[in-house]
Design a protein around this ligand. Sequence first.
Ligand code: G5P
Ligand code: MG
Length: 216
Amino acid sequence: MYTKIFRTVIIGAPGSGKGTISELIVKTYGCLHISTGDILRQNIVKNTDLGKKAKQYIADGQLVPDEIVTKTVLARITEVGNKSYILDGFPRNIAQAEALAAREQIDAVITLNIPHDVIIDRVKNRWIHAPSGRVYNIGFHDPKVPGKDDVTGESLTQREDDKPDVVAKRLQLYDELMKPVIAWYEKKGLVATFKGNKTKEIWPRVELFLRDRMNM
Ligand code: G5P
Ligand code: MG
């Protein structure tokens, strides 16, 4: 367990493995995983005001408006307090990056660079347990009982935004909006990029990078 506070942002296209790598970071370094997508989907399941506002944007593969997401994520960071975390899905544009920088000092930015054709194949097989954010993938990380969450036994669902036309839109939006965000963090000397087709090849490199940055 790492004892100093270390704040990491993870950036990557839809389906690139941000959630999967974040969970490995959580298990290895004991930090918290803050995923804006998971927070929004949990609110949709609970039918909260936030969930009602976010639902259509997510289903259409569009960004939820900045003021809603930024307020939500900063509130979550306040709740977390002085703890290390990995921030997954935020920032999504320069305005969000600036709002985060005004509030928090980020120690490292991990970017995942996975070919789009690999991503398109992966998300077809993704199943989730929306209330918890647990993610499965047929043939890569299967649930113990087909179609059921390992912990609760509840039914798994597919994400509305994993339909092929929405995935294509999300990939395009990612390329357009995130290149400037990555360049913005590069100027600050924070970025490490990890290229590959498989999480099992990428994770050992991410682990070494973090170990080095944390001076462990
Ligand atoms: P999200 O939830 O942030 P995305 O699009 O950024 O969504 P996503 O789809 O959650 O990212 P991921 O987390 O990068 O993908 O990938 P993952 O779930 O870990 O892995 C993908 C699949 O591949 C999984 O099934 C996993 O098991 C499998 N997998 C992993 N590694 C391997 C491997 O090596 N091999 C194989 N075969 N499979 C593997 O955002 C969703 C929406 O919320 C809104 C937007 O509308 C957004 O579109 N939103 C925001 N809006 C505004 N501002 C923000 N900051 C927002 N954040 C979210
Ligand atoms: Mg995710």
